[in-house]
Write a protein that binds this ligand. Sequence first.
Ligand code: NAP
Length: 309
Amino acid sequence: MEKVVIIGTGCAGLTAALYTARANLAPLVFAGAMPGGLLTTTSIVENFPGFPEGIDGYELMTRLQKQAERFGARVQFGTVEAVDVKSQPFKLTVDGEPLEAETIIIASGAGHRHLGLESEDKLERKGVTYCATCDGAFPMFRNQPLVVVGGGDSACEEATYLTRFASVVYLVHRRDSLRASKIMAERTLAHAKIKPVWDSVVTEVLDVKQDKVTGVRLKNLKTEKESTLDCAGVFVAIGHLPNTQLFKGVIDMDENGYIIPKRGSETNVPGVFVAGDCSDHVYRQAITAAGMGCAAAIDAERYLAARNQ
Ligand code: NAP
């Protein structure tokens, strides 16, 4: 039986792995659908303390995994498909295989929010994407007009990154001011290749018939006017949804699916702890996720110590 199973290998999961490994608990860590978490899809991370020049998101996560493994964490590819936490030991199913654990740290992170348009779904990977760093360099986007949707830090980051490839980047936002941090917003709006399209939403991605992105249909929310904008790609950066479906009805969560800790990282089930973006819709930073991972590891360690006295 495992002492600690950690679900997720983002900043929260790997920091929890590092701390529980150093406590000699040999955590078993499952990477799930996105090994390394959302940070691996970012370009340069400029606000993680200790990296004055910034650090590539993928590199940061690779280093964090190595650090955890050095102390005995076992990081595996694998998706946790089911959990039963009604009684100890907890039972999990990972890629069809059963597993038992004394504690679980949920650090399953969050995924990209979609616009919710049928045309968006149909043209996903055919010009609609949720990650500029992953897909921006594709030949189909080179020297073409591109659309980024959103007004937060992610949208600014995507738009700025895409200026390397695009002829022009239209930043389509539903209001007339950005939600992004001041420094990111100023940098984005000052860029010669980025053109904001204010007060507007995408109502359709064109063109499903051609099976590729050729443009977007827009609606100005103030004037109600509709228009179209030619583009070769649509990069959706409108926030995230927590990856917590697995725990619905078992672990307390709010109406948006964010897990609500009871005290520190403790959930409503003793022995199940939570950390990172799957329980945080407020801060959502790499460093706060890492801090929450550390807290969950310490809480799990103390829980095990008390239980096995
Ligand atoms: P966010 O801050 O929640 O911003 C989401 C944006 O999408 C908002 O501008 C929102 O509009 C818009 N939006 C939401 N739903 C929409 C819809 N259905 N249609 C059109 N627009 C919609 O998300 P984020 O930018 O992904 O950032 C998440 C967190 O990560 C933040 O805390 C951010 O600071 C952090 N982050 C930091 C960095 C960095 O520091 N390098 C980089 C990326 C992310 P409204 O503004 O009108 O609500």
